[in-house]
Design a protein around this ligand. Structure first.
Ligand SMILES: [Zn+2]
Ligand SMILES: [Zn+2]
Length: 404
């Protein structure tokens, strides 16, 4: 049998699912794995799947694809655009879209597995393919590990993964060392004292406290971090109050923090805590603010020797000039938990999904940031060809490089 990859991609794109709810997606993956005669287990870390191809002695290569969509209303105007809805963890009905391209990751992985199975006389070793849920929560990899994926399957000698990104289709972006930032998501609750909007002097206003805190947090990156270093402090959500004449009792801020390594992480976290507590004190708060860490993602660090080896293999397979160093991304990933927990090296690369002519025109006009939608945008949609073919081939080249 041969999987119709374009039809598979369109089907997945039309039916995105939120994190930890990827049941239909898992069903589609399971059906194809069964058709290919590949051994697999479902329901690992709730909606994850791991598959194994045992093919004699040799290294164990883990390939990882993430499977979840996002609460984004698709506006691509494509014939196969998603109109799906889902229920988020708060119980709210939301639009759902594959706005990060994980549908492309799943499709490329199944395409690569089919070809690797059909060419098993050309290689030896073991392939473990991990279809990981809930990357967008930063929780799926840890959920699969907590569910024993590292014990239930052969342990990796290397972990490999890829992400589709706004580079010209055909291009691969990878660098040695830190490829993606570490990240923490924090919820900060500022506690004031509520009362009547006409009598502010009898209250401790958490709205003013929140406003001052948000502004002061901006000085961490601009005034306190060495300008030669990278850090991001984003307050992505702020909520307080229900009505103009009621001063509420509390305000909630949600922060996204990014840094290149664990040392910078400690420093930025300490600065955030200092400012949050000091602004509460400046407002005369009677209760300490509550700071909760919602998720922590380690930096995605590519093994230097393995990355060099892989870049050489990509150059050989796709021609010089295909591979570029995209620099460190301030986005974050949970793929590296599989490598960290098993002690195996990791290589994680990006591959382009933008029509090369469109990308060249945007570059010439100095409008790449404006005209080329990024991951998580309602306009993000990779061109199917040759993105799909390059994604399949990159996985095969990478797997074969580290197998015997
Ligand atoms: Zn994403
Ligand atoms: Zn993603």
């Amino acid at each position: 049998m041969t999987i119709d990859l374009e039809a598979l991609y369109i089907d997945l794109h039309r039916h995105p699912e939120l994190s930890f709810q990827e049941t239909r997606t898992a069903g589609v993956i399971a059906k194809h794995l069964a058709d290919l005669g590949i051994e697999f287990e479902e329901g690992i870390g709730k909606t994850g799947i791991a598959a194994v191809i045992r093919n004699g002695d040799g290294p164990v290569v883990w390939l990882r694809a993430d499977t979840d969509g996002l609460p984004v209303p698709e506006q691509t105007g494509l014939a196969y655009a998603s109109t799906a809805r889902g229920t988020d963890p708060s119980g709210t009905d939301v639009p759902v879209m594959h706005a990060c391209g994980h549908d492309m990751h799943v499709t490329a992985m199944l395409g690569a597995l089919e070809r690797l199975v059909n060419t098993r006389n050309e290689w030896s070793g073991t392939i473990v393919a991990v279809f990981q849920p809930a990357e967008e929560y930063g929780a799926g990899a840890q959920a699969m590990i907590a569910d024993g994926v590292l014990e239930r399957f052969p342990k990796p000698d290397i972990v490999l993964g890829q992400h589709v990104t706004p580079l010209p289709a055909g291009t691969i972006g990878v660098r040695s060392g830190t490829q993606m930032a570490a990240s923490d998501g924090l919820t900060v609750t500022l506690l004031g004292r509520g009362g009547h909007g006409s009598r502010p002097h009898s209250t401790i206003d958490p709205v003013v406290m929140a406003a001052a805190t948000v502004m002061r947090l901006q000085t961490i990156v601009s005034r306190e971090v060495d300008p030669r270093h990278v850090a991001v402090v984003t307050v992505g959500s702020i909520h307080a109050g229900l009505k103009n004449n009621i001063i509420p009792a509390e305000a909630k801020l949600e922060l996204s923090l990014r840094y290149p390594d664990d040392e910078a992480r400690e420093r930025v976290l300490a600065k955030v805590e200092r400012i949050v507590r000091a602004e509460a004190q400046a407002s005369g708060a009677e209760q300490e603010p509550v700071i909760v860490t919602d998720h922590t993602l380690p930096p995605t660090i590519n093994d230097v020797a393995a990355t060099e080896r892989l870049v050489t293999a990509f150059d050989r397979a796709f021609g010089d000039g295909t591979v570029i160093d995209p620099g460190m991304f301030t986005g974050s990933e949970d793929v590296s938990w599989f490598a960290r927990e098993s002690g195996a090296p990791l290589v994680y690369w990006f591959w382009g999904g933008v029509d090369p002519e469109k990308f060249a025109a945007a570059t010439a006009a100095g409008r790449v940031e404006v005209d080329i939608p990024t991951n998580h945008s309602p306009f993000f949609a990779p061109v199917i060809h040759p993105t799909l073919e390059r994604g399949v081939d990159a996985l095969i080249v990478a797997a074969r490089e580290f197998l015997d």
